[in-house]
Design a protein around this ligand. Structure first.
Ligand SMILES: Cc1ncc(COP(=O)(O)O)c(C=O)c1O
Length: 380
């Protein structure tokens, strides 16, 4: 081992995280007896018998591992089946598959933007969006969360020729929704491209359950609709639903697409099967949202704020990081898994528990969870 100063820096960073109670660690594997509100499998499709059976049917003839980047050689017919399924679901000309939602955002933004592009980005957008913007060298212009007045002021003041507005449609830590219609109006007025991240909305919102753009009637005004196959779809991968020229461009210029081995065949089979299941059962999302409404009401009755959440993601704001950790540990001891989310993942002073509501969270289970929270509160 050398005496590199990098060792010292790493040691100091970890000690600082420990001192401020912000050290992240990987939770231990737990069995199925817990009520698990930590996953993004909102529709419980990771353990859906019909999704599994249909995925198995797609993999039955031949078993493929993952062998190469798609530009080197396409190793499964299921890539094009999945992309056609997504394009038909999203009602777009075509779709392009990435290895994860993270790889999709980073790759698309790196390819789309240059140092001459100004990107107007909601402050609470996902980290992968920020990473893509940084990688592209574009000018980052962050506007206050969902604040359309400030976005317009920033657009008005901009001299950049190339402008892009980018937003999550459902925000992953606050569970609120972007004002998509207003964003589309501003984009038109100031001649901007629009890209949205539907990670937490696809499978849930809209008549075809393909996302919030559909629900809000703005799909035709959004240039790039990106989504992930790792949340409601409970598989793996990311995608964009776009016109064919964008697809051709991304295939040629997205480094995360070009320089990475593609997804294995069984994962593609699960993704196809889960999307088909969602398309055949598009009302599940509405049912989920109504369950989330009643859980939010329960938290409000106990005196907690759920911020502006109106979706299946229900934050429960805590007074301090210590209290967030304490409630999370108390619930775990009582068979309930809910992560405490703390800075730097969320802004300072907004530590919270993040409840991911899922189909299967019955009224009895909701009642039990709320009772445990009440007990914890009265023990303080
Ligand atoms: C809004 C948003 N976009 C993108 C991603 C990345 O997706 P994936 O987990 O498929 O890489 C996430 C996942 O946490 C997310 O919440």
């Amino acid at each position: 081992m050398t005496n590199s100063p990098i060792f010292d820096r790493i040691h100091r960073a970890i000690e600082q995280r420990k001192a401020t109670m912000q050290l992240r660690s990987i939770p231990q594997y737990t069995d199925n007896n817990f009520i698990d509100l930590s996953t993004n499998s909102y529709l419980s499709l990771h353990c859906n018998a019909s999704v599994l059976e249909n995925a198995r049917a797609l993999t039955s003839q031949k078993y493929y591992g993952n062998l190469a980047s798609r530009l080197v050689s396409e190793q499964s017919p299921l890539f094009s089946v999945l992309e056609q399924e997504i394009a038909s679901w999203e009602q777009t000309e075509c779709a392009l598959l990435f290895n994860s939602g993270y790889a999709a955002n980073v790759g698309i933004l790196q390819a789309l933007c240059t140092k001459d592009t100004e990107v107007f980005c909601d402050r609470l957008n996902h980290a992968s969006i920020y990473d893509g913007i940084i990688l592209s060298g574009a000018k980052l212009n962050r506007y206050r969360h969902c604040d359309m007045k400030e976005l317009e002021e920033r657009l008005k003041a901009s001299c950049s020729k190339e402008k892009l507005i980018i937003t999550d449609t459902v925000f992953s830590m606050d569970g609120d929704r972007a004002p998509l219609a207003d964003i589309c109006t501003l984009a038109k007025k100031y001649n901007c491209l629009i890209m949205v991240d539907e990670a937490h909305a696809s499978g849930i919102f809209g008549n075809c359950a393909n996302g919030l753009c559909e629900e809000d009637g703005v799909s035709d005004f959004v240039d790039i609709r990106m989504g992930t196959l790792s949340k409601s779809i409970a598989g793996l991968g990311g995608y964009c639903a776009v016109k064919s020229e964008f697809r051709d461009y991304f295939i040629n210029f997205c480094r995360s697409f070009i320089y990475s081995t593609a997804l294995p065949h069984p994962v593609l089979a699960h993704n196809i099967s889960a999307i088909r299941f969602i398309r055949a059962n598009p009302a599940s999302g509405k049912q989920l949202l109504s369950m989330a409404d009643s859980f939010r009401t329960g938290l409000h009755e106990l005196g907690f704020s759920t911020l502006d959440s109106t979706t299946q993601i229900v934050p429960c704001l805590m007074e301090s990081e210590e209290k967030a950790l304490s409630l999370s540990a108390f619930l775990r001891n009582n068979g309930i898994i809910v992560p405490a989310i703390r800075p730097p993942t969320v802004p300072k002073g907004t530590a919270r528990l993040r409840f991911s509501i899922f189909l299967g969270l019955t009224a009895d289970k909701q009642h039990y969870i709320l009772e445990q929270i009440k007990k914890w509160k009265s023990s303080l």
